[in-house]
Design a protein around this ligand. Sequence first.
Ligand SMILES: Cc1cc2nc3c(=O)[nH]c(=O)nc-3n(C[C@H](O)[C@H](O)[C@H](O)COP(=O)(O)OP(=O)(O)OC[C@H]3O[C@@H](n4cnc5c(N)ncnc54)[C@H](O)[C@@H]3O)c2cc1C
Length: 420
Amino acid sequence: MNRAHIIGAGLAGLSCAVRLAEAGVPAVLYEQAARAGGRCRSFHDAALDCVIDNGNHLLLSGNRSALGFLETVGARDRLVGPEEARFPFLDLATGERWTVAPNRGPLPWWVLSPSRRAPGTGLGDHLAGLKLLTAGPGATVGDALSGVGPAALARFWEPLIVAVLNMPVETGAARLMRPVLLETFAKGADACRPLIARDSLSDSFVDPALAWLEARGTTLRPGTRVMGLDTAGGRVRALRLAREEIAVGPDEAVIVAVPAWLADSLVPGIETPGGGEPIVNVHYRLSSPPDISGGGPVLGLVGGLAQWLFVRGDVASVTISAAAETADRPADAIAGEVWREVAQALSIASEPVPRWRVVKERRATFGQTPEAVSRRPQCRTTLDNAFLAGDWTDTGLPATIESAIRSGEVAAHAALDRRA
Ligand SMILES: Cc1cc2nc3c(=O)[nH]c(=O)nc-3n(C[C@H](O)[C@H](O)[C@H](O)COP(=O)(O)OP(=O)(O)OC[C@H]3O[C@@H](n4cnc5c(N)ncnc54)[C@H](O)[C@@H]3O)c2cc1C
């Protein structure tokens, strides 16, 4: 293969381009938006007069593909987090605070220590949660966690699972939690330290990758929507753009790295999980940098509307996942209610309400039910030179940065294999 055409410059497309460039194959990245990054991007917000992310993104130190990607493009230091695996929490309804603190090493003795787990939870609750490791393909998280007590569900499992799956526990696919737990919590504290972008998502994941790729002959064509693929003889012959056609040579590959809900318009006949689940983020510009008690960059919140509070400089941002109901509410109502919770969490005055911005991502991830997960396609297609990438393809992982980046690697290997 002497060149690849990658449609979509989100993290899946970028990761694919990086692995191809490593193997000496330059690519052209076609991106319909003005900038790369897709669902993992940053922008200057006029209301707050600063750069914010479209949504808070949390990674764990066991996310080996994401960290490997950053290492390759020289940006590993642009993810930051505490030295220890510590997850401080606040129950907004009762005012109780606690910290979940897994220990080092694979033997999870932290579940035996009341000071390292949520109040009201016991060893049995954590052991019962291990059913997530053996859940069948049709099981929901709710099915798998039926033996877990209400306190452990509300104070540990639900916050973790809703954040990872962007689904309510009642409908989320249990099976997706298995690789997450095995690659992070099951390996001990070193694999489950929380990590966030140091300055912004684009500064960590996108800009360094683009600079690295440019130096290796890969180019980005922003503002370029691929309208369709012309196929003949079992392979893609050309990409159709608005005013141009790009021929795809016999020795070239096409990687379709667009979201689930757009992929079948480009590659007819493929099965996709379709749909989209919203995430709502609320950002506040404070008068000075606040301090999250517990010392981390992230605070888990239960008993209210807000779920996770992130702090970067003087910006406090709240994530609400599985937010179908919240996304339908007016932005000012969401901002007002969430601000009271943020003020409580940070122990600061609730008046006046600072400048805010509500970002509703209506299709943050595909709806990760067992049924939708069964429709995730492999990266190979029936077209000899076309491959799929994206967080929604069958990586086995939930639709996350880790899945997007891994899918790009898988697609790159498959395209290179074809050459071999
Ligand atoms: C608010 C929010 C919070 C999140 N939080 C987390 C988190 O905490 N941790 C985590 O790991 N993950 C999180 N995620 C998920 C993560 O952002 C995604 O899994 C990841 O960014 C998906 O990358 P992707 O490349 O697969 O898809 P995308 O980012 O959607 O990239 C696809 C790209 O294709 C482009 N495109 C589409 N059609 C065309 C076309 N016809 N021609 C050219 N270009 C096209 C799009 O513009 C887009 O740039 C979150 C997502 C959101 C929205």
